[in-house]
Design a protein around this ligand. Sequence first.
Ligand code: PEP
Length: 258
Amino acid sequence: MRQKIVAGNWKMNNDLKESLKLISEVANMVTDEVNNDAVIIVAVPFTNIYALDQWKSGSEVHDKVKLAAQNCSWEESGAYTGEVSARMLKSIGADYVILGHSERRQYFAETNAQLAKKVDLALTHELIPIFCIGETLSEREKGIHFEVIKGQLKEGLFHLIKSVFRTVVIAYEPVWAIGTGLTATPEQAQEVHAYIRQLIAEGYDEETAESMSILYGGSANPSNASALFSQTDIDGGLIGGASLKSRDFTDIIKTFNA
Ligand code: PEP
């Protein structure tokens, strides 16, 4: 069985006090209302990871809710002012790291080659990458979205040996659906997820393809989550805006309740 995952991406939102408030609200709701075994991840600003990990260690959701960073350096250490390394993130309680988010690709010009190096360092330090791929609106309109996704996957991840590759989480996030209120239809999302799984089967093997969790991201919310997550090849979501509201985020997680 593939692991179900709901990951919230808080982006550059929430100072420390706000972060502690939001995580405790989510923790309370999850404890009271969630009865499924989906892994819950919150990807929070660097500055809040340590405090949230400390808070979590005394809470009931200690094992259920995991922390993620939203980026890491492609270098191990050294004279890279302003950067944060994978090793540092692991040491303060992160278990996952989002890599290749479209906002990083767009605003910080991150390339697939750089992302491949980040993936390697994350894995070296036992951080699980949540590797984001997805096409822009113009790429979809030109009909080249499958090619774009293939390139991102091959250049960013396919250098990994199979046993390591299998530990990665993939998130398909059509750029035109992120923060726009436009969601891919369940059929559009399923079509791409199935294609991603097919590429994995070709690059590795069928069993590996079947074992990988592939998340959908892009304006997912409590109203559309169920239709998206019930698609054969969609194993959960990477949630931006709706993860900033404890009620909405919990309702999305509850989509997996029996
Ligand atoms: C995201 O930032 O990964 C995302 C999916 O954002 P939103 O849900 O707000 O579209």
